[in-house]
Design a binder for this molecule. Structure first.
Ligand code: F6P
Length: 349
């Protein structure tokens, strides 16, 4: 008989509940383990007076496959290693609570920050962990895809489809800003899927003049509207002197274009709509596979590993290899050259 804790950390992503469901159905339902849901990331063990730890049974997972968010709650704040004014570290309380529930280990579902905390808890506090990679940004190097990414791409693609019809009706330049502070995966994939004319990502600093030329070329062909997708971390190559009130990648790009060409532009910041709602089929399947593989790792006592997808197969990698292994878009990525082949402008040539 095993006692396992499960938690979700960092920003939410569609598919978190699907991982929990798969882990509980297999772990509790088939293996007969006691599985405990820890509220709000590690906080459930750090602050036992405020947060809860609840046993999860297969019947608690009914309807969870399609449900967005996380039933356990999450946070992208809170550092178990930060000492308070009395020199106490919440990680000590976490360790005490871990022992109180007689846990064998924790399933940590989260992005790079959450996995780094998990790994430190294992190495410094002897708390066994198994990681499951999550983030809509898809910027974890260890896995082909994090779950949540394709759902976010789908939302952004749908937004581009909608912007197309209104852009065309008004002859406007429509700019869609999507998430991705350091990695432009959502902008790249949604840009290709949604037929964007221009894509701006953090990995390729852009020259607005190239986008202006693209707009002009389109006009020559009688296309008086242009669709641009921009990741929130995208930046121009050169310093600019825009007024301070212009903030955000989308509005910055719009202002830089308006300085150079007469256009009517509108900016849509998609924001957290990309993280909310039901996971699409791909993410439901991936999340289920991750949850099942996490059970298998527990069964094999393979603590300290991160579940991952490589070349379409479930596998795992040691957490020590994951720390700091973020994956940005390589400007030489084949999808970039394919996108350029169909005329998409990235602002670099
Ligand atoms: O890490 C995922 C992410 O969606 C980023 O792309 C984005 O910048 C960030 O989370 C926003 O998170 P929040 O607003 O929840 O702090």
């Amino acid at each position: 008989m095993k006692n396992i804790g499960i938690l979700t950390g960092g920003g939410d992503a569609p598919g978190l509940n699907a991982v929990i469901r798969a882990f509980v159905k297999y772990g509790a339902g088939k293996k007969g383990w006691n599985i405990f849901g820890i509220e709000e990331s590690f906080n459930g063990l750090m602050y036992p007076n405020d947060k809860e730890v609840t046993q999860l049974k297969p019947q608690d997972c009914q309807g969870l496959l399609i449900k967005g968010g996380t039933i356990l709650g999450t946070t992208n704040r809170g550092n178990p290693f930060k000492e308070d004014e009395h020199g106490n570290s919440p990680a000590n309380t976490l360790q005490e609570e871990f022992s109180k529930y007689n846990l064998d280990g924790l399933i940590v579902i989260g992005g790079d920050g959450t996995q780094a905390i998990g790994y430190r808890l294992m190495t410094q506090y002897s708390i066994p962990v198994i990681g499951v990679p999550k983030t809509i940004d898809n910027d974890l190097g260890a896995t082909d895809f994090t779950f949540g990414f394709w759902s976010a791409v789908d939302v952004a693609t749908d937004a581009l489809d909608r912007l197309h019809t209104t852009a065309e009706s008004h002859d406007r330049v429509m700019i869609l800003e999507v998430m991705g502070r350091t990695a432009g995966w959502i902008a790249l994939y949604a840009g290709v899927a949604g037929g964007a004319d221009c894509i701006a990502i953090p990995e390729i600093p852009y020259d607005p003049e190239h986008f202006v030329q693209k707009i002009k070329r389109r006009r020559k062909f009688g296309r008086h509207f242009t669709i641009i997708i921009v990741a929130e971390g995208a930046k121009p190559k050169v310093e600019h002197d825009l007024p301070k009130h212009i903030k955000g990648a989308g509005h910055t790009l719009a202002a830089l274009l308006e300085q150079r060409i007469e256009i009517e532009s509108r900016v849509t910041v998609l924001g957290h709509i990309q993280r909310g709602g039901s996971p699409i089929a791909f993410d439901r399947v991936l999340a289920t596979r991750y949850g099942v593989h996490a059970v298998e790792l527990v069964d094999q006592d393979k603590w300290g590993h991160l579940v991952c997808l490589r070349d379409g197969k479930m596998t795992d990698v040691h957490l020590s290899e994951v720390a700091g292994d973020t994956r940005e878009v390589d400007p030489k990525h084949e999808l970039i050259s394919q996108a350029k082949a169909v005329g998409i402008e990235f602002g670099d040539q």
